[in-house]
Design a protein around this ligand. Sequence first.
Ligand SMILES: Nc1ncnc2c1ncn2[C@@H]1O[C@H](COP(=O)(O)OP(=O)(O)OP(=O)(O)O)[C@@H](O)[C@H]1O
Length: 683
Amino acid sequence: MRLRRMPFEEGASNVPDSGLTGPATIPDEIGAERKVAFRERVARWRRTAAGTFAALPRVFSLAWQAGPGLTIGLGVASVATGALPAATAYLVKLTLDTVVAAVQIHSAGRPDDVTFDVPFFPDPHLTSMQKIVALVAVQFLLYLGNTALGALRQGCQQLLQERLSQVIQIKVMEHSARLDLSFYEGSESYDLLRQAQEEAPTRPLFMVNGAFSLVQTSVTFASMIVLLAQMNPWLALVAVLAPVPAFISQARYSGRAFVVALWGSPVKRRMHYLSTLVTTDTYAKEVKVFGLGDYFVERFRLLARTWYERVRAVTVRRNAVGAVWTSLTTLTGSLTYLYVAAQAVVGRLTLGDLTLYTQAANSVQTSIQGLFSNFSEMYENNLYLDRMYALLNTPVKIKAPERPVPLPEPLRGHVVFDDVSFTYPGADRPALRNVSFEIRPGQTVAVVGRNGAGKSTLLKLLCRLYEPTGGRVLVDGVDIRDVDPDELRSRMSAVFQDFVTYQATAAENIGLGDIAHLEDRPRIEEAARQAGADAVIERMPRGYDSPLGRWFDQGVNLSGGEWQKVALGRAFLRRASILLLDEPTSALDAEAEHDLFARLRTLASGRTALYISHRFSTVRQADRILLLDDGRLVEEGTHRELMDLDGGYAELFTLQASAYVDEADTGPGSEAGPGVVDARRKG
Ligand SMILES: Nc1ncnc2c1ncn2[C@@H]1O[C@H](COP(=O)(O)OP(=O)(O)OP(=O)(O)O)[C@@H](O)[C@H]1O
């Protein structure tokens, strides 16, 4: 469903959709609805009802998974509570008739020896007072039962809510963790994820509650109808039909409320993004320095207004139209009541009958409205549930083949890219084109190239975060498509440009690199040393046990380079055969970078290491260098060979080196990297 785009400011119509400039409108679905033909609406209704009821098994299966005992408790309480109103109404009728008879006996001055033919009291020799006491006692017991059932119902409901939302959140998390990386890149996926996070935890419980309430009201409804029909079948029919119009309007509007929520999702998502921009620590610096706070708040206000306007339109219409139809029902109720009262006056019905009718008619009306509104709420909840299932049913494309080929043990780290091409989903040009190269086991290879040349993509394909659109990738002679991706990834270690800064202790931040060694302090300390993170960590008040990040208790905030060292430690903890480093030193100072590369040779001994870097002083130390340009592998060889080739690599190297040369020429103490000497010699 494509949304009409409304720019933030009038006149800026060519602004593309983004988190800041996307649609500030929600389409008018009500106009569209009016055009739908009656027959189509009826057909839609049938589908709706069928769809809603068909969803019940999956909802109950969810509830059962969450808590079988709680589900049974809720069910029993609902059915029993459903039967109570009819029993109570009948008891009231009996009490009233007994009272009226007793009054007549007393006023006639006769002895109180009248017998009553009532189901509860077969003994015909009770005095009327005794019968009244007994009836009231039974009524009291019913009220007690009602209270107990209410408590049972409430308790089961609350506990089931907790359990159900946990079960669902876990399902969503489990599936999200398995989903392909490409899934996270579409805006529709974000809508699905947002709805799954926000709505999914509560909607199934509403659905379960709705279903049980449906059972409860059905029981009430059926028992009351039996009571009414005994008095007069026509009265029963009127009571059943009167609330139908109110239901139809209810159901229509709950469908619309959902459509508004669905179509308004891009607006809500942008609101969420804007609010994150001004309330999250990582953005706070820039937002302040560039003075963006007011701009973001203003934009939020605009979107919030749009959202509110649309919600208001539906809510007002829903309630206003609902009220009109409900008044119609009330009018029917009053007219029937008048009829029954008139019947009582002429003696065709007793006073107890009149009360019974009043209660039964009220109850039928409320329960039939309850039935309908339960159903329409279930329909609405089911629409949300469908979205959750859409997420849970999103197929995982990159998964283990039926018979995965095991990787050799130990893995030598022989990597081959064979004519590999790749285009990102939705992109119009390839990120990699016919790339072929081979990395011998144990080699350290640097990948260089301009921004956007395809370097990171290369690493992502090697980890099988994406599937090549052409060609194949081999590790130790095995096509990685034939390998279980989890096994493949367990043999690799990586640091990406956008590495994660976990809100956890320093030791945990490193330990997460190999979950089996999360508690292995000596090994964690060794990895920290290898990454040059040991000094930073040991300086902190609680050393390796210091919490990093400020989200939780007394965390320590690190500098960008310090975080990067910790992330490197995480990668080194895993003793994998293939080490992938995407700009591993971008935030490190010159000395730390130099130290790291001095160590990398030892660290990478026996492993294949592939690293991306824009710093040629480090690149030149690699065994081999691959130069990518616009997704193509254009040069490969050692530093010496590529310099002699005098092509793109030599040009980039000389360009960078010349900056140092100029500095070296103009200022004392300027440091010329190891490559500078070469470049100067060459020049
Ligand atoms: N998730 C994505 N979806 C669509 N296109 C992408 C995605 N990630 C990268 N690209 C595009 O693919 C191309 C290669 O990107 P890649 O990240 O591999 O470049 P890079 O050489 O690592 O760049 P840099 O030096 O800036 O890190 C770029 O044109 C980029 O815009």
